[in-house]
Design a protein around this ligand. Sequence first.
Ligand code: ARG
Length: 550
Amino acid sequence: MNLYKYISESINNKLGFAANLEVPRNRAFGDFATNAAMVGAKSAGKNPRELAGEIIPKLRDLDFIADASIAGPGFINIKLRDDFIWQSAAKPHNEKTTAPKKIDLDYGGYNVGKALHIGHLRTSIVGDTFNRIAKYLGHTTKSYNHIGDWGRPMGLIIAWILEYGMPKNADELNKIYPASTERAKNDDAWMTRAKKITAGLQSGNPEYKKIYDAFMKISLAQMDTVLHRLNLLPFDATMGERGVAPYVADTQKILESHNLLTESDGAMIVNVKTDDDTAPMPPLMFRTSSGTQTYAAADLSAIYYRTQTDNPDIIGYFTDSRQNLHFQQVFRVAKMANITNAELFHTGFGALTGSDGKPFKTRDGGVAELLDILDMVNDAVRTRVADAGKTLDNETISSIALAAVKFNDLLHDVRADYVFDPNQITSFEGRTGPYILYTAVRLNSVLKRAGNITNTTAPELTDDERNLLIETLDFERTVHSAFENRATDMIANYAYDLCQLINTFYHNCPILRDDIDENTRAKRLTITQIARDTLATAIDLMGLKIPDEM
Ligand code: ARG
């Protein structure tokens, strides 16, 4: 149940006008507070405290309210009835959206022939969690891994392979692109050759295509490895720059029919600047002067393709913020040419930095590869566990490391940079993934030791018990807001707040101790179970795995 919504709507209905419901920081005086008396004062021609005196008896009439009282200049504090909280919390969370949408999600966007690096971390984690949230709410999603598999890098890689032979594995393959790029810097002939090969590949040269297919296999396998290690949902489609190539011609026709294409130095561009632009807004490049397909053409053609086949209500993109301008240009052209009616959104991420505020680098100063980062965090967990004198199996260590990386990533506002510190994120205390998992493991272990739980009805609740239950009743509101605001950090922060209340409850409310009577034990076990189920759902939305022990 969405408690907040229920209470807010019931009060508004009862009073006949809309007031704001607030959740006080300190719940000692009430579970909620309403500003109804302040909102209604003017039209009633009364002062707020006077009106509050009239509103309070009406609120007391509502069957879920235990007490209502005036606070400050005219706020009304509301305390809910214990039995109402109890019964509401016992109902499973399953509030689906009343307006299910078809949503195409574009995240991952890995590149063929290149190692996945730190820049692919957030798009994978946040995109996957957003996908899980949308599904949970009952939307229909289709996830696209729009891979980089058709541009100049392909020409550079093929040129190298033609000269030095086929790489045997991903490690060898991943070295080719940087090496070939380096060579092209001082060797014009090499660059010209790479450009020609790129154009040749794009127009169907069979020799190039054969090489391309061979290293493509290596790359796709490598992407799969990363997908598993990050515990991501499988992509519904791996269809990137090459996959949309057959739709570029149609897309071009649409642009032409709207008179949007202009020639510029042999290239084809679309001017997207409007009079309202204050920031620079360069034209979108649809085709290069050497005739090759551009990054922007691929994205426009993908929108065209998705609209024709999926006909989505929304298309959402998750990339780093350096692509903000690109997506602004693409979205403008898509709307100018009426390629889609879908709502288009792009979430641009901040970077992961070292403690110096500069992009995170490995110890030897290189760009951190994604698998290296996971290994680094794995090692940090292993050290911590050993220091604490514990032994945990490898699978558990991996689950903890994964939680450390993903939870920390989700926790931050997606647009902001954050400092990536393997040591800090693996701590078992504070706002960390291990802390979240530890709390879940603790609840599971209490429930396991307890065995069957006997039924109890409408018990009295202590503050710690009611605060925890009320928080579980805020879960659905959180998931809806996370979706509406495209703010996956809300789920992570909610999970943390819930864990705080769980641990307070755990410390103050003994459950299995001998001196606890049967009724109290049953009540607390029921609360434990509700809290565990809610936390487990949140953990699932973040794509983390709860180990058996920690
Ligand atoms: N391959 C690109 C990169 O690694 C990201 C692709 C993002 N998605 C898109 N539809 N353009 O930078």
